[in-house]
Write a protein that binds this ligand. Structure first.
Ligand SMILES: NC(=O)c1ccc[n+]([C@@H]2O[C@H](COP(=O)([O-])OP(=O)(O)OC[C@H]3O[C@@H](n4cnc5c(N)ncnc54)[C@H](O)[C@@H]3O)[C@@H](O)[C@H]2O)c1
Length: 259
């Protein structure tokens, strides 16, 4: 990969939250392969530094920022660090997210602890909002930028696997995507979302294996998706190839949900 870098991103500064997760890592690799620089954020400090070791190469500047996206103050400080190291921000990928389950799988609304409901909304939705606010301020200075929100097919239709907190947070992320795209389009800033189906990352390993087998069998392409397949859709959205696309949601779900 190092030897065959394309230069599509041309040294763009790209901030990925949830960078140490399955999809985040694939997005970071794609950004490096396309000649971008990275700001990598995750709440898991050990995994974040492991990631930096893995991604390290001579051409890429990598700024690690340990960050809980649900903490607005931490996000604000992250924005200051990005500005002081790079003086700009070109891409934000909002990938930090959680999808808590109970001992027997998803927890129903009637049994859900409101504290867990709030925590999921705080990380998945409010975290996306805080990071986007910081990003828009930085991007407006250069009148260009791309924000990509990693939503979910659970935010597009009923999910029998995830909890309502997760589905609601992802549906709200899609609304935020559209609203913000409308607001900042005139400033040359694109805002889009991807809505992955069942993707083989640690996030889906906390359910019985039959749950994932059933999900694969109920998918027209008869398998789970890979993190790299989600990264490719994100790569498209942050590239020149999508120059007239904003406010869109790209389904990356093997045909499991179609509109
Ligand atoms: N895997 C799937 O099937 C799937 C499907 C649809 C959408 N998604 C979404 O894709 C995104 C990435 O998920 P993944 O599948 O790679 O899961 P993952 O669990 O591998 O990665 C999520 C990452 O987010 C980090 N994180 C959690 N809370 C955080 C916080 N408060 N602040 C900062 N970082 C935090 C975790 O440490 C982890 O590294 C998530 O938003 C998830 O909801 C995943």
């Amino acid at each position: 990969m190092r030897g065959s870098r394309m230069n599509e991103l041309n040294q763009a500064v790209c901030w990925v939250t949830g960078a140490a997760g399955g999809i985040g890592k694939a997005v970071c690799s794609l950004i490096i392969a396309n000649g971008g620089h990275l700001v990598v954020s995750d709440a898991n400090e050990a995994k974040l530094y492991e990631l930096c070791e893995e991604l390290k190469n001579e051409q890429t500047k990598i700024l690690p920022i340990v960050l809980d996206v649900s903490d607005q103050q931490e996000v604000r400080v992250a924005g200051e660090k990005i500005e002081s190291m790079f003086g700009r921000l070109d891409v934000l990928v909002n990938g930090a997210g959680i999808s808590p389950k109970g001992e027997n799988g998803r927890v129903l609304v009637e049994d859900m602890d409101p504290a867990i409901w709030r925590k999921v909304l705080d990380i998945n939705l409010n975290g996306t909002f805080y990071c986007s606010q910081v990003a828009v301020k930085l991007m407006k200075k250069h009148k260009k930028g791309h924000i990509v929100n990693i939503a979910s097919s659970a935010g597009r239709t009923y999910s029998p696997i995830t909890g309502a907190h997760y589905a609601a947070s992802k549906a709200a992320m899609i609304s935020l995507t559209r609203q913000l795209a409308g607001e900042v389009g005139p400033d040359g800033i694109y805002v889009n979302a991807v809505a992955p189906g069942r993707i083989d990352t640690p996030m889906i390993w906390d359910v019985a294996s039959e749950v994932n087998e059933n999900a694969a069998n109920n998918t027209p392409l008869r398998r789970l998706g890979t993190p790299e397949e989600v990264a490719k859709a994100i790569g498209f959205l942050i590239s020149e190839q999508s120059s007239f696309i904003t406010g869109a949601v790209i389904d990356v779900n093997g045909g499991r949900f179609m509109v």
